[in-house]
Design a protein around this ligand. Structure first.
Ligand SMILES: [Zn+2]
Length: 470
């Protein structure tokens, strides 16, 4: 199998990791004039880490000169490297400097007291390799204190993981001394230096167990569950705790202990739901209502059903999300407009979350009414999670097809025409009143929504908002 042997050698400066040497021994053929690897020169607002020693590609015959081409990719720009001669097992080596931990998106190789965290997108390459690639990771901690450790999305210490050419750029990494960790089964949670994070780690482990059981988390080929990892960053540039998710991992950022409250349970629960509920979403905005609405909904429902959050914690969170949506001056924008405003207008960016959440709460109640309580949104969600053999390869067509599958499955309960009329309202920005049937649980108080006169953020105009009570 094509193999990449990766050695990471962090260097300690007495307080944190100041630089990182990277060595990649490639058991992949390099062919003259063909693309071998690429690195992100820019991804959203982050750049590739500063090089302390330049990228070198070489083999036993010496240096392998490369030409480069810059091209757009996935909200950024990549530099593609094309070797100028053939080589069977080339080595790529360089050293990067870390920089003080940056704000979200937390993709930079960011240092804080105790260590560094970051995404491979800003310090590792992706390969133009067809088929599976085996990665053998080795940590060289010879320039680190004795209690040092390193981890990535796929585990701690030296280890192997088989993925594809993009595995390194879709993984998160942490290295430090000490690297604190809570492990429960497949779940891992890492942080540096702050004992208060232990409580949040324990809550997150319980939420992962509840979600993994509900979604029947699949096992890998050797019968073990794939790891799911949360990495924690401390940094000053953080108004609200938040982070960036990638395959089977989440890296999040907080500023101070005052931010370590019950709302974190819902933040982690939301990010974990993305492991199991996905949909094509191209152009962005086509299915965001589903992807983010479902993550918002199940991040409330599953901790509530499992008894991990109190009625007060649940209603506090519902009230935060209610204010975010019903008092949002952009809540009547179309799905397409919301997608186009991604990150350029924060209020518009937030709309699909609340729109999806409150529409799906409405859909759940409608399914329960239509089936005399024997079915709920869970059934439709699990049906849509099944592989769809007719999904077109083109992502934009696949996104349209996904919405059609939603209409077909939801339409079984409310009727095809009604489902389509509601969906047109959803797409064009109709505001949904909340329904709370989904939160009905034996032995737990009923959750009620009461309408109030509110004020739109920014404009000060009057609006109808909703308060949740248990
Ligand atoms: Zn999300």
């Amino acid at each position: 199998m094509q193999t990449v042997r990766l050695t990471l050698a962090p260097v300690w400066n007495g307080e944190t990791v100041s630089s990182l040497s990277v060595r990649l021994e490639l058991e992949l053929p390099a062919r003259a004039g063909e693309p071998l690897f690429r690195v992100f020169t820019k991804i959203i607002d982050k750049s590739f880490a500063e090089l302390e020693s330049p990228l070198r590609l070489f083999d036993r015959d010496g240096e392998i000169p490369c030409s480069t081409e810059d091209c757009p990719e996935d909200m950024g720009t990549v530099r593609v490297y094309l070797p100028e001669r053939d080589a069977d097992s080339p080595t790529l080596a360089y050293t990067v400097r870390t920089a003080p931990a940056g704000r979200n998106p937390v993709l930079d190789l960011g240092s804080e007291e105790g260590g560094v965290t970051g995404s491979g997108k800003t310090f590792l390459p992706a390969f133009f390799a067809e088929g599976p690639v085996r990665y053998c990771l080795r940590w060289d901690l010879s320039a680190m204190p004795e209690n040092a450790a390193g981890a990535w999305t796929w585990g701690e210490g030296d280890g192997e993981h088989t993925g594809d050419g993009t595995t390194l750029i879709s993984a998160f990494f942490a290295m430090g001394a000490p690297l604190d960790c809570v492990r429960v089964g497949a779940f891992r949670y890492y942080w540096f230096r702050n004992p208060k994070l232990l409580e949040t780690a324990v809550d997150a482990a319980r939420i992962f167990s509840a979600e993994a059981a509900f979604f029947r988390d699949s096992k890998s080929r050797d019968g073990r569950s794939l790891p799911y990892s949360i990495f924690t960053r401390h940094g000053e540039q953080c108004v609200h705790p938040g982070g960036t998710a990638d395959h089977r991992a989440y890296l999040w950022l907080y500023r101070d202990n005052g931010q370590l409250d019950a709302s974190l349970k819902f933040l982690f629960a939301h990010e974990m739901v993305h492991n199991w509920i996905t949909a094509p979403d191209e152009p962005y905005g086509t299915c965001t209502w589903y992807v983010e609405g479902m993550a918002d909904l199940y991040s409330l429902l599953l901790p509530w059903r499992a008894g991990i959050v109190t009625a007060e914690e649940l209603t506090d969170e519902l009230n935060r999300r209610s204010a975010d949506y019903y008092e949002n001056p952009r809540r009547r924008e179309t799905n397409e407009a919301c997608g186009q405003a991604f990150l350029s207008d924060l209020e518009t960016t937030k709309v699909p979350y609340g729109r999806g959440l409150f529409y799906l709460l409405h859909a759940d109640a409608a399914i329960r009414r239509a089936s005399a309580g024997s079915r709920c949104l869970d059934d439709v969600m699990f049906t849509l999670a099944e592989p769809d053999p007719e999904t077109p390869a083109d992502p934009a067509s696949a996104s349209v097809r996904f919405n059609e599958r939603w209409l077909a499955e939801y339409g079984r309960f409310v009727g095809g025409d009604a489902a389509r009329a509601e969906f047109e309202d959803l797409r064009s920005g109709t505001v949904w009143d909340p329904e709370t049937e989904a939160f009905r649980q034996e032995n737990r108080p009923p959750v009620l929504a009461v309408s109030r006169e509110g004020t739109e953020r920014g404009t000060g105009d009057p609006c109808v908002t909703w308060r949740f009570e248990a």
